[in-house]
Design a binder for this molecule. Structure first.
Ligand code: IDP
Ligand code: MG
Length: 191
């Protein structure tokens, strides 16, 4: 396999470097395309989970693909089965609704694919990508508008506010489950 000389050891001084340096994968960034500031650009994280119905219907890949192709960055993920108590905690704000018990039982009945995604304004944009809570009200093009029918089987969860995202991420993930890296496309996603 031919490897471009500028992709080889950065310390090599004998190789003539091109005018434009492509960003490379890993914890390195292009010297000519600055890394966006995490603080000046509304960089956020959100909690996204493929629910048991989404997992059983084989939709994990489709849902991940939508976030990947939008340009968002996956920073943590795990395939797991949550306990009913965990789901009761997760949906605590819905405890007075008639569907709370059934929802928590259902959400703990099978595997879920839990993820944390990062990007500019991701909390709001992810909710738009998901569609409305009721798939019947969700526009075609949204995940729920394209892939499901029933409000109790709406295949995917997404945090609804930045504060709730922080709470949910803390509920589902430990600090050591996050992976730090710079995606090679980052400099082409943010100016
Ligand atoms: P969201 O998932 O769009 O944020 P929430 O209002 O937070 O919607 O409700 C959490 C989940 O509870 C929904 O995704 C849906 O699965 C379920 N749910 C919401 N409303 C109803 C309902 O009226 N009947 C049955 N299940 C519901
Ligand atoms: Mg909600």
């Amino acid at each position: 396999m031919w490897i471009a000389p500028w992709c080889l050891a950065a310390s090599s001084t004998s190789v003539a470097r091109p005018r434009f340096s492509y960003p490379v994968a890993g914890n390195t960034t292009s010297p000519q395309l600055p890394e966006p500031s995490l603080f000046s650009r509304n960089m956020e994280r959100t909690f996204i989970a493929v629910k048991p119905d989404g997992v059983q219907r084989g939709l994990c890949g489709e849902i991940i693909k939508r976030f990947e192709t939008r340009g968002f960055k996956l920073v943590a993920a795990k395939f797991m089965q949550a306990s009913e108590d965990h789901m009761k905690n997760h949906y605590l704000d819905l405890k007075d609704t008639p569907f709370y018990a059934g929802l928590c039982k259902y959400m703990s009945s099978g595997p879920v694919f839990a993820m944390v995604w990062e990007g500019q304004n991701i909390v709001k944009l992810a909710r738009m990508m998901l569609g409305e809570t009721n798939p019947a009200d969700s526009k075609p093009g949204s995940i729920r508008g394209d892939l499901c029918i029933n409000i109790g089987r709406n295949i995917v969860h997404g945090s609804d506010t930045v504060d709730n995202a922080k709470t949910e991420i803390g509920l589902w993930f430990k600090a050591e489950e996050f992976v730090a890296y710079t995606p090679c496309a980052q400099a082409f996603l943010y100016e």
